[in-house]
Design a protein around this ligand. Structure first.
Ligand code: SF4
Length: 62
């Protein structure tokens, strides 16, 4: 799996690294999330993070 965060859509809420801390991290300079590839969490956890994003900024593909 590979994920990307659309920085234009990310509002820096911090939810995705809270849900999947081995797959997403906050960039301290931009205050936007960044995807860690390959994700370090299970697919199920990554999908939970994707679904939890309030702005649908995360997209993943197999
Ligand atoms: S959950 Fe969405 S809006 Fe929140 S930090 Fe992650 S990518 Fe950004």
């Amino acid at each position: 799996m590979k994920c990307i965060v659309n920085e234009e859509l990310c509002i820096g809420c911090g939810t995705c690294p809270a849900v999947a801390p081995n797959s997403f991290a906050m960039n301290d300079e931009t205050n936007k999330a960044e995807a860690i590839n390959p994700p370090g969490d299970t697919d199920e956890t990554v999908k939970m993070a994707v679904d939890s994003c309030p702005t649908a900024a995360i997209s993943c593909e197999e």
